[in-house]
Design a protein around this ligand. Structure first.
Ligand code: 3SL
Length: 261
């Protein structure tokens, strides 16, 4: 397996696709996606454009849809909720489809949606994604950070490093064989330095500070938790992510052993 990490959608190549693309937006889109699917949402459909979201979701029964819209951290007018994962309780999202647009995360998904396998990862479901990689061993894997409007985000790169570090140490995979680009070494070094202080790191991150300004204190705490959800969000049609039950069942064997890295 060769792993490439790209810090932003803009840095991600456009002339090829990997066997497996993993989109990361720890604050907060991919944490919200994992939480919603874990709480029983039917699926999450991602849009980069709010008008398209409104048009497509209009065709869905009103009692089975939730429009999730975020720009600059705040909820978009006309949507049912903002992008807080803490809104995604089983009562609120169970059986429903979330139609979601966010500043960066949904754009990152669009960038890699042509890959044969597209997953989303956050710290909360990191372990499940690592187990998927260990079981399937795709030949080329890209982890794509969402960043913030084209620039690097600490929280996405630390999550990419958490995935790479765990995969390499669980498999005993030499980093020189695994790493497809220098970013892999950088992301692992960042994770190793902050692995016991992920919440502190979120507070240093520029988007973490933006969310603190919006009083999203509990979101920050929740998004920095690691390996608390056994959910594998997988693209089943372009832009639509669902919980892959078959995949998760086939990972159960691995799940018995806790990830220690
Ligand atoms: O940029 C995004 O995609 C969002 O996740 C940002 S926010 O955390 O909802 O503000």
């Amino acid at each position: 397996m060769k792993l490439f990490i790209y810090h932003t959608p803009e840095l991600t190549p456009t002339d090829s696709t990997p066997d497996c693309a993993i989109v990361v937006d720890v604050l907060r889109a991919t944490t919200t996606i994992a939480t919603a699917l874990d709480a029983g949402a039917e699926g999450v459909q991602a849009f980069s454009d709010i008008d398209e979201l409104m048009q497509v979701s209009e065709k869905w029964p009103a009692d089975r849809r939730i429009r999730v819209g975020e720009r600059g951290g705040a909820m978009v007018e006309g949507c049912d909720m903002g992008n807080s994962p803490l809104n995604c309780t089983p009562e609120a999202v169970g059986g429903k489809r979330l139609f979601m647009t966010t500043t960066n995360g949904t754009r990152a998904l669009k960038r890699v949606q042509a890959a044969p396998v597209v997953l989303t990862a956050a710290l909360v479901n990191r372990q499940t994604v690592v187990r998927y990689l260990m079981t399937k061993m795709p030949e080329t894997v890209w982890i794509v950070g969402s960043g913030w409007e084209g620039s690097f985000s600490l929280e996405d790169t630390v999550c990419a490093g958490a995935i790479a570090d765990s995969f390499a140490s669980e498999m005993g995979y030499p980093l020189d064989d695994l790493a497809g680009n220098d970013e892999v070494f950088g992301a692992i070094a960042l994770y190793v330095q902050w692995r016991e202080k992920l919440y502190e790191l979120m507070n240093h991150a520029s988007h973490g500070k933006r969310l603190i300004g919006l009083k999203c204190y509990d979101d920050l705490k929740y998004c920095s938790e690691r390996d608390i959800l056994e959910v594998l969000p997988m693209q089943t049609e372009p832009g639509v992510l669902t919980q892959s039950d078959v995949e998760v069942q086939s990972l159960q064997y691995w799940m018995e052993e806790p990830v220690t890295n």
